[in-house]
Write a protein that binds this ligand. Structure first.
Ligand SMILES: Nc1ncnc2c1ncn2[C@@H]1O[C@H](COP(=O)(O)OP(=O)(O)OP(=O)(O)O)[C@@H](O)[C@H]1O
Length: 252
């Protein structure tokens, strides 16, 4: 059974069919890419997968459980985390606290324990600090744990966003243009980090990306969208050699 099973997914905004009859099966541990021209419906699919939009048609199952109709926080609890095209960090909080906010959804002690600072609170806080530092280390951000998020260079802010997504302990991590605005060196480093995250945490990753080098370099399978519908699916090699993809996406 696939970790993510999407069948006949569709949504209309007034007269616009933004996503139409999209099917997607992603296996556990797979690194999967979602590509297509501007306005093809990629971010809308992320919004459907995370409960921001409710589909007009179709089903979305994670680990066999249908999540259509669930709220974004219930879907996060079910194991889907995401990052956004535009960085959405808590800029005035430290790098460490940004990750800790995401760990709070796994908090095991009752709220009252934190208000009156019972012993359980200190134990949980210590565990949370350790866990957050461990995640920051994977992203080579542990040395900047005390920095304000806004003081990190752009490429590191993008990495922190991924670290924060990872801290919710997802089964499926959705990355919306993780390399947007990065220079080639930062992009190459990010590719390595994404691969490492997948291998280290054995999670499944679906990413939207315009950088073809990144997509074809790390994704095992790709789905190409055009005008909200599936244009092609397969390995990067199959997709890149597909004449329809070349015409629609690469404009050749
Ligand atoms: N809330 C909304 N209301 C109306 N139309 C919307 C809404 N969200 C998305 N759309 C439309 O749906 C289509 C798909 O948009 P979407 O943002 O998913 O494309 P995309 O493939 O992510 O594009 P890009 O690569 O530019 O980010 C576009 O025509 C967009 O204008």
């Amino acid at each position: 059974m696939a970790l993510l099973e999407v069948k006949n997914l569709g949504i209309s905004f007034g007269g616009l069919r933004a996503v139409d009859n999209v099917n997607l099966n992603i296996d556990k541990g797979q690194l999967y890419g979602l590509i297509g021209p501007n306005g093809a419906g990629k971010t809308t699919i992320f919004n459907l997968l995370t409960g921001v939009y409710r589909p007009t048609d179709g089903t979305i199952k994670i680990d066999g459980v249908n999540i259509v109709g669930k709220s974004p926080s219930e879907i996060c609890q079910a194991g889907i985390a995401r990052t956004f095209q535009n960085i959405r960090l808590f800029k005035k909080m430290s790098v460490l606290d940004n990750v800790k906010t995401a760990l709070h959804n796994q908090m095991k002690y009752p709220l009252v324990t934190s208000f009156i600072r019972l012993p359980g609170y200190f134990k949980a806080e210590k565990e949370m600090n350790e866990k957050a530092m461990e995640i920051l280390k994977v992203f080579d951000l542990d040395g900047q744990a005390d920095y304000l998020a806004s003081n990190l260079p752009y490429g590191k802010q993008r990495k922190l966003e991924i670290a924060r997504g990872l801290a919710t302990n997802p089964k499926l991590l959705l990355l919306d243009e993780p390399a947007a605005g990065m220079n080639p060196n930062e992009t190459a480093e990010l590719m390595e980090t994404i691969r490492l995250v997948r291998d280290h945490y054995q999670i499944t990753i679906l990413l939207i990306e315009h950088d073809m080098k990144l997509v074809t370099g790390i994704c095992e399978k790709l789905l190409v969208l055009n005008f909200g519908t599936e244009l092609a699916a397969g390995t990067p090699e199959e997709v890149l050699n597909n004449p329809e993809v070349i015409t629609a996406y690469l404009g050749e």
